[in-house]
Design a protein around this ligand. Structure first.
Ligand SMILES: [Zn+2]
Length: 177
């Protein structure tokens, strides 16, 4: 492992992650008009490096979604779905990108990333997108999801979001993952 792979969010940064998760969940459920029950039925978890196994860690992305075929073990609620999605935030990639781009702050960057991943989950659950698709379809889906992320966040006047939009501008066009 290189040093950058070992980068993990500090306790202070984990608080920023929690704030971004709460805000992203509000924004996405608001956009799709999901009730609390419908949000629970999405059946996902958002985890950072501290809670990721080796196979859940990737070098080149800020996050990845891993689908498991059982309900999450600590869930007391029957959600009616048998699989769950683990949104695996890649601390090392996020932190090194923030270091490379001093204009990008952690909170708005995380908010963008988490909104983006939640939109994927909603679209998987609604069968608007299958989990495994060929690269070409995946690229088209990425363009769509970056577009929706922008549509959700742009009207909100979130401090520090503009540099994040600029960072992702080409991704919205080219569909990088
Ligand atoms: Zn994506």
């Amino acid at each position: 492992m290189t040093t950058s792979e070992n980068l993990k969010f500090s306790p202070g940064q984990i608080k920023v992650v929690s704030r971004a998760v709460a805000a992203a969940e509000d924004l996405v459920s608001d956009y799709y008009k999901l009730s609390a029950t419908q949000m629970r039925q999405l059946n996902y978890d958002i985890k950072t490096a501290a809670d990721l196994g080796a196979h859940e860690t990737v070098i080149e992305h800020f996050a990845q979604i891993v689908r498991y075929s059982a309900r999450k073990p600590d869930s007391l609620l029957s959600t009616g779905v048998e699989d769950f999605y683990k949104i695996c935030l890649q601390d090392h990639s996020i932190l090194s990108e923030v270091r490379r781009h001093p204009e990008i702050e952690l909170y708005p960057f995380l908010l963008y990333i988490i909104c983006h991943e939640l939109i994927h989950v909603v679209r998987f659950r609604r069968f608007q997108q299958r989990f495994s698709v060929p690269d070409e379809q995946r690229r088209a889906e990425e363009i769509r999801v970056h577009g929706i992320t922008h549509e959700i966040l742009a009207p909100r006047q979130i401090a520090g979001m503009q540099p994040v939009f600029e960072f992702y501008e080409n991704w919205r066009k080219a569909g990088a993952l």
